[in-house]
Design a binder for this molecule. Sequence first.
Ligand code: UD1
Length: 388
Amino acid sequence: MYKNKLYILSVVGARPNFMKAAAVHKAIENYNGSTHAAGFRPGVQRQNNRTTEIVHKICHTGQHYDEKMSKIFFDNLELPRPDFYLGVGSGSHAEQTGRIMIEFEKVLQAEKPDLVIVVGDVNSTIACTLTAAKLGIKTAHVEAGLRSFDRDMPEELNRLLTDQLADYLFVTEQSGVDNLLREGINKNKIFFVGNVMIDSLMHYLPAAEKSDILNELRLSSGEYVLVTLHRPSNVDDPGSLTQIMKTLGNIAHLKKVIFPVHPRTMKNINELEMMPKNRGDLILTEPIGYIDFIALIKSAGLVITDSGGIQEETTYLGVQCITVRNNTERPVTVNVGTNHLTGTDLKKIEETAASVLHGKKKNGRIPDLWDGKAAERIVAVLTEGTWE
Ligand code: UD1
C-alpha cells in the first residue's frame, strides 16, 4: 500500500511545451511502474519500497491548436490525450492570458491537485502559475531561471513572473541558478536537474534516425540549411521580414535552404507586398512534426533560428546554429555549445553562414546534466525531496 498519493496536473499550451511535458510524463509512468525507487534510477540500489503513488493529468490550454502545431506532437511524443482542454486559441496577450486563467481556475477548483507543473515561458506558463498560486496550490516550473534580460520579449516577462511564484524551480543550466539567486529566490527551492527537452531528444533520436523526411524533401545529409523564425521582433515588421527573406535567398545560393514556417510567420509572409524574387533554392514548408524535425536538425549543415529550444537541440547534437537574436536566455549553448549568437544584423548572419558552410565550425560539448535523466530527477525531488 502507498502511504501517499500525489496528484500532479501538468500544463501544456504551445508547441515547445509538448516535448518537455512528455519527458515528465514518461518519468512519472516509470516511477509508478517500478516497485522500488531503484527501478527508475538505474544503478542506485535502495532497500525501501516506493511510498508515493502519483496521479498525473494533463491540461492543454489550446494556445496552439493547429494539427501541425499540436496534435502531431501528441502523437509523435506518445502523450495521452489531455484530460482537460481549455480551447483558448489566439488573441492579444491579455486576452489569451486572461482566458487561460478563467478556464484553468475552473479546472483547479474541481480537481484540487496537489501540484501544478508548468514548463517553459509561454503565456500558458504564467497564466496557470498565477491561477494556481492564488488558489494556494503549489507549482513547479520546469526550465526555470533562464533570462535574456530583454523585457521587450513577452517570454522574458513570463519567465520572471513565473519564477517569483513557483515553489519548485527546476533549472537546465548554471546560469539559471545564478539568475534566480540574484533575484532573491530561496536556494532551497532551486534544483539544477538538467534539461527535459534533451530527455525527449535522446528518447526519440532512434526514431528520428529512421525518418524518411530527407528523402521526401530531396535533401542530402550535411548539404542543407534548416531555418525557423517566429519571434515577433523578427517577423512582425514587414520591412525586417522582407530583408530576412532576402538574406535567406542569398544563403540559398550557397546551399539549399529548408524553412518550415510557423503560422505567425506564414501569415506575415503572405501579407508581404513584395517577396524577394531571386530566392535561389529556398524551400518553404508547413510546420514539421517532432520526429521528422529532429531528423532535419541532426543532418543539417547549419541551422538558422530564433527559437529557444532549437539552440539547445543543436548544441546537444553538435550541429552549427546561428541564432538571429541580440541575446539568448540559454548562454550555455554559446559558451559551451555550437551556437553562434550573431544578432539581427543580416550582413553578419550571411557572413557567418558562409563561413560555417565553408567549413569554419565551432567546437562544442554537451552541457552538464544534459544526459536524458532530468525528468527522473524532477520526479525524485517531488516524491523524495532530492535525487542524491
Ligand atoms: C508562442 C510563444 C513562444 C513560443 C512559440 C513557439 C508566447 C508569448 N509565445 O509564440 O514563446 O516560442 O509559441 O511556437 O506564449 N497560430 C496558428 N495556429 C496555432 C498557433 C498559433 O495559426 O496552432 C497563429 C495565431 O493565430 C497567431 C500566431 O500564430 O496569429 C501566434 O501564435 P501565439 O500562440 O500567439 O504565439 P507564438 O508566436 O506561436
